[in-house]
Design a protein around this ligand. Structure first.
Ligand code: HPA
Length: 260
């Protein structure tokens, strides 16, 4: 890695695009890092320094959602600081990479999808900037489409252009974690209309909306959710499929980023 660490947001030129990487993408090997920006925010520190650089000929920022050593659990992530820092850095579009369990029969491990909607089952997370503090204002942001349609379409088009077919679109269930779900819980999520399940999609998407950022998700199925294909060794499944799925993510990003 090259470049110095700085804590000055003002030194970042206006970057349009950020990628938040999660499990399986704690680093972005293609990104030529020029600067690490360790920001503080009114909500505390983000998960990691923002890594600023160039990838596929485009200026971009990468943020490791679970921290550099992948130690921060989904419910312990400071989502407010993460999104605030990206906003402060001049980011306009955020692509969130999320490892998920497949619920719908079409979402096989190793496949990718661009969720079209979500259901939030998390609790106890700092989930809004409208938190009643003296400096905050109350905003009821519109959330009928949690993901920015234009950015979603760019990801869908990029998958086509990269000849990396999407398994589908579908609804993401966001659970609290860090434990995986029971078979009955997954049955309930399926009844609710969920096609995949992950632990970090909220409040990330809602906070991005509150800040006016375009936000879309590229989901990677890394296992069958509990009970969908019987009861197996989920961790072994994840180990087997994650690299395959992440290679597809990189192929889609390579096509998507230059179009943003
Ligand atoms: N459930 C919730 N989150 C996940 C899963 C899962 O099965 N796999 C990867 N993230």
């Amino acid at each position: 890695m090259n470049g110095d660490t700085t804590n000055q947001a003002s030194r970042i030129t206006n970057h349009a695009v950020a990628v938040i990487g999660g499990t399986g993408m704690n680093q972005w090997p293609g990104l030529a890092i020029e600067r690490r920006v360790a920001l503080d925010t009114p909500y505390g520190a983000p998960s990691a320094a923002l890594l600023e650089g160039t990838v596929y000929g485009v200026r971009a920022i990468f943020l490791a959602r679970h921290g550099e050593g992948h130690k921060i659990p989904p419910h312990g992530i400071n989502y407010r600081a993460n999104l605030w820092a990206l906003h402060q850095a001049g980011v306009k579009s955020v692509i969130a990479i999320a490892a998920v369990g497949g619920i719908a029969p079409w979402f096989l491990p190793g496949e990718i999808a661009v969720p079209s909607d979500l259901i939030d089952y998390t609790y106890g997370r700092e989930h809004t900037y409208s938190d009643g503090s003296p400096s905050s204002e109350l905003h009821h942001v519109e959330f009928s489409e949690p993901y920015a349609p234009r950015l979603r379409q760019r990801l869908i088009d990029a998958a086509k252009a990269a000849a990396t077919p999407l398994a589908g679109e579908g609804v993401l269930a966001v659970t609290q974690g860090p434990r995986l779900e029971s078979v009955a819980e997954i049955r309930r999520l399926a009844k609710d209309g969920c096609d995949m399940v992950g632990m970090t999609g909220m409040p990330e998407a809602a906070l991005a909306r509150e800040l006016g950022l375009d936000y879309a998700c590229l989901a990677v199925s890394v296992n069958w959710a509990a009970g969908v294909q019987g009861i197996g060794d989920i961790h072994a499944e994840i180990a087997q499929s994650i690299e395959n799925g992440m290679a597809k993510v990189r192929a889609v990003l390579a096509r998507a980023l230059p179009t943003l």
